[in-house]
Design a protein around this ligand. Structure first.
Ligand SMILES: Cc1cc2nc3c(=O)[nH]c(=O)nc-3n(C[C@H](O)[C@H](O)[C@H](O)COP(=O)(O)OP(=O)(O)OC[C@H]3O[C@@H](n4cnc5c(N)ncnc54)[C@H](O)[C@@H]3O)c2cc1C
Length: 449
């Protein structure tokens, strides 16, 4: 049975994008207004059910999983209002970033920063502290200035500059634990283009250059291909330049082909085929990894910000990602590199390395500290536990904070000391969801029941 955009299948079961989480909810709700959300929450409370909202099911953890009431806000999407003076935009919570980005562009606006994909819903992205890269930039949730939430008794709570801004600040990264977000107000920026430079370089050169690039380039990240001495580096600089017209049709086609080859053929089609082969014959993975990188061409282009930040990801995988204090990032990466060399089974997926500025959202993975992010992946249905546990042990040494939507093995006991504003979040949770209408097994583990 094929996956839908929210993971809900025709037989009433639910599965996430990666296929590593599934459930059979007792009830599936698809409200199209805030009143309908309030009504379904009241009915769930009367029947003694818990409630979870699913966005686009792009989390790898069981964060959206429930056997009780599963809610999709696919019918609660779109723009509500725009404030031209401030660049603030009110959107319904189920709006996907893929729909939001072109809508903002038409208004002359953009999201300040984005992650690697645009499949997430706005509420899903902020709830797990989704982020992109850039030392001078913050997580998506840090740009939230207002929220509307339906809480456990079915009432609506409005949080913004004029209504409990302290609680608003906490609820920006809520893990779905505080209520159903029905609307989000985002602080946007004027639309901008990015000049992208993508190239494959020796990994030692990349590690040596990263700190300098992080300071001099708006958005930098790299993908080290295990068992090779090389990484693909992406450096994106904000620009007012417009995409140059190619001198000839032939040049325009060549430029488009290069991007297509890097993004679609090598990152998706050929990469997927190679991972299928590698799953059957792990010993060929190092040679295949060399091949993938060998095919990536240097590319330089200017285009709309969101088209540079995000790309399609068609090869399904499982991922763990940790945020560590920026000053420890490259050391942590180096240890992961050595761990990969010592694993029994070769790794066929790149390791991604990003950097982000500190923010003040209590459960943001970059709360209070500039951070580096180390992300490790395995092709779906490939054994991963020794790899992921090994990486986690390294990250523990630096007080690493796991992405709330990506695989990890932490608990409330191990996480509480890593978030200075942990108690503030729990006070907000006690206030907004005292009966724990919105909890599930994952939240009981990571937040405590
Ligand atoms: C291919 C791929 C690439 C990715 N790239 C990045 C990346 O570059 N950077 C990054 O940081 N992360 C990345 N992620 C992780 C992803 O951004 C997060 O897991 C995100 O939360 C997924 O959004 P979603 O809409 O699918 O939410 P879901 O996974 O469906 O839900 C996530 C959480 O949000 C809650 N939620 C959703 N809607 C609401 C609502 N209306 N009210 C209350 N709670 C709600 C859910 O209950 C759940 O707790 C990636 C994931 C994949 C699969």
């Amino acid at each position: 049975m094929s996956l839908t955009a929210n993971g809900i299948r025709a037989d009433g079961s639910w599965r996430n994008w990666a296929g590593n989480q599934w459930s059979r909810p007792t009830r599936i709700e698809r409200p199209s207004s805030e009143e309908e959300v309030a009504d379904l929450v009241r009915r769930a409370a009367a029947d003694g059910f818990r409630v979870r909202v699913v966005g686009s099911a792009h989390s790898f953890t069981g964060i959206a999983r429930t056997d009780d009431v599963l809610v999709t806000l696919d019918d609660l999407n779109g723009l509500v209002a725009v404030d031209d003076d401030t660049g603030r935009v009110r959107v319904r919570a189920g709006t996907r970033l893929s729909a939001l980005n072109p809508m903002l562009l038409a208004l002359g606006l953009a999201m300040e920063n984005l992650g690697d994909i645009d499949a997430q819903t706005v509420a899903g992205a902020i709830s797990t502290s989704t982020h992109g890269t850039g030392l001078g930039f913050r997580s998506i949730a840090a740009g939230v200035v207002g929220l509307r939430l339906v809480v456990g008794d079915g009432s609506v709570v409005v949080l913004d500059d004029d209504h409990d801004p302290g609680l608003r600040d906490v609820a920006r990264v809520g893990l779905g634990a505080l209520g159903v977000i029905t609307e989000v107000t985002l602080q946007c920026v004027p639309a901008f283009n990015l000049r992208a430079v993508e190239e494959v370089l020796p990994i030692d050169e990349v590690v040596a250059g990263f700190d300098g690039w992080a300071r001099s380039t708006d958005h930098v990240e790299f993908f080290w291909m295990p068992h090779t001495g090389y990484a693909q580096v992406k450096r994106n600089t904000r620009t007012t330049e417009v995409p140059p017209r190619a001198a000839t049709r032939r040049k325009a086609l060549r430029r488009r082909w290069k991007r297509f080859k890097n993004e679609e053929l090598l990152s998706n089609v050929a990469f997927g085929a190679m991972n299928h082969v590698g799953r059957l014959r792990p010993s060929v993975i190092p040679a295949l990894n060399q091949r993938v990188l060998g095919g990536v061409s240097r590319a330089e282009y200017v285009t709309t910000s969101y088209e540079v930040f995000t790309s399609p990801r068609r090869v399904r995988f499982e991922e763990m990602e940790y945020a560590v204090p920026r000053e420890h990032g490259l050391e942590a990466f180096d240890r992961v590199r050595r761990l990969v060399g010592a694993l029994e089974r070769p790794i066929g997926f790149p390791i991604e390395f990003r950097v982000l500025g500190a923010d003040d959202v209590p459960l943001s993975t970059a709360e209070g500290r500039d951070s580096c992010y180390v992300a490790v992946h395995v092709f779906r249905r490939t054994p991963s536990e020794d790899y992921f546990r090994g990486v986690e042990a390294i990250m523990d040494d630096y007080g690493g904070r796991p992405h709330w939507g990506k695989v990890h093995f932490q608990t409330a006991a191990t996480l509480s000391g890593r978030y200075p504003q942990w108690d503030r979040f729990h006070a907000a949770r006690d206030r907004l969801d005292p009966t724990r209408r919105f909890t599930n097994e994952y939240l009981d583990i990571v937040l405590g029941s």
